[in-house]
Design a protein. Structure first.
Length: 381
């Protein structure tokens, strides 16, 4: 069985490309519409399969790993044939269809992970190398396709440099907050996110920037009373900056703490790290944030987090209300496609990047130029 992706402005257009190459026996497995705005519209991705008598690329790739993956691949092939789809419709009652579709989705993911991504046949030769570069950066294939296609003018008429054009395309699809802005009066900013993502350190970096560089009055407040030494760690940073630190055990104490710091320019609120699957504990943070209607909330995600997990994090913390994204630990990541995937898929703007352990300097306001550079050249200081 041969499996390939095709793209077009509609499902019909993408299927026409598939059948032109694979023949009329091509079976549609999956469709998806990506509204990225990169080229001023949406792109449809279809995944199709066709049975071949000759050995497929799947068979060639799994030759050396047949003992380990053969059973999984064969099972996936059986499920993914058009005949099995028809049998499933006849043999299973309605209550089993959801489970069957989930199994097909998971097995398709396993199968596709063993297949080398083929270059899209309708992309010009000049930009296929860039497409492969984006894919290696773990960029969503549909986004990678649109970016590569949008870069074609750089080779056809030379009107713009690749980096300039890429920056323009990304700027159409992603939003940036420009960082925290202070416009008079006190501003409260809370950082939320999974355990170990670097919330306390990032709060210290933001505090150092506004206190030491911008000469603003900064205060700290924490509701993280669960983690051992969490308060002590933040207290050390507060003492170094000669800034006050308040601790709140419940929403009422949070309100009292905020009111007591009303003469400060910026109040930075630390929260406990939570698994994005632990909705009950995320609900506890939500109850704290609910008493602060003017609070600005930023969700922290490690830059090395896989896209699939990033989507789960966005879903898990989404109930709290997220105003911006902060991607941490850029210096520890090897691929940066997940940053674009998350921002484009969620529609949330990016606020900051953190780039190391130095509290006094390793944080920067996120920009479209930086994202384009990460995608083309990787991390550079």
């Amino acid at each position: 069985m041969q499996i390939k992706r095709y793209y077009g402005k509609s499902v019909h257009a993408a299927l026409e490309k598939a059948k032109a190459e694979l023949g009329p026996d091509a079976v549609l497995l999956h469709t998806r519409t990506l509204k990225s705005g990169l080229l001023g519209g949406s792109t449809v991705e279809v995944i199709v399969a066709v049975d071949r008598e000759a050995p497929s690329k799947i068979d060639e790739m799994i030759g050396d790993e047949k003992e380990e993956t053969g059973e999984t691949v064969e099972r996936a092939k059986a499920i993914l044939t058009a005949g099995s789809y028809r049998r499933a419709e006849r043999e299973y009652e309605l209550k089993h269809i959801g489970e069957e579709l989930s199994e097909i989705r998971d097995l398709l993911h396993i199968l596709l992970s063993n297949v080398k991504r083929e270059e899209s046949s309708d992309l010009p030769e000049t930009v296929r190398g860039l497409y492969e570069k984006f894919i290696k950066n773990e960029l969503d294939p549909a986004i990678a396709y649109e970016l590569a296609k949008g870069l074609e003018p750089c080779f056809s008429d030379g009107s713009k440099m690749i980096n300039e054009r890429l920056t323009e395309l990304i700027g159409r699809a992603m939003r940036f907050t420009g960082g925290i802005t202070l416009q008079g009066g006190v501003k409260s900013v809370a950082l939320i996110g999974p355990t170990g993502v670097g919330k306390t350190t990032t709060i210290a970096k933001l505090g150092a920037y506004f206190k030491l560089k911008l000469k603003k009055k900064v205060a700290f407040l924490t509701i993280d009373t669960y983690r051992i030494a969490a308060v002590q760690q933040l207290q050390i940073y507060a003492d170094i900056m000669k800034s006050p630190l308040k601790v709140a055990d419940d929403p009422e104490e949070l309100i009292e703490g905020i009111n007591s710091l009303s003469d400060y320019d910026l109040i930075l609120i630390d929260t406990p790290g939570r698994s994005h699957y632990d909705l009950a504990r995320i609900g506890e943070i939500e109850r704290f944030m609910a008493v602060l209607p003017q609070v600005e909330i930023h969700l922290l995600i490690s830059a090395s987090t896989r896209s699939r997990d990033t989507y789960e994090i966005l879903n898990g913390f989404g109930s709290i209300g997220v105003d911006g994204l902060i991607f941490t630990k850029l210096d520890e990541a090897s691929c940066y496609g997940s940053i674009l995937n998350a921002a484009i898929r969620s529609g949330k703007p990016i606020s900051y990047f953190t780039t190391g352990q130095d509290v006094a300097g390793d944080i920067e306001v996120a920009t479209v130029e930086r994202v384009a550079s990460l995608l083309l050249r990787g991390f550079r200081r």
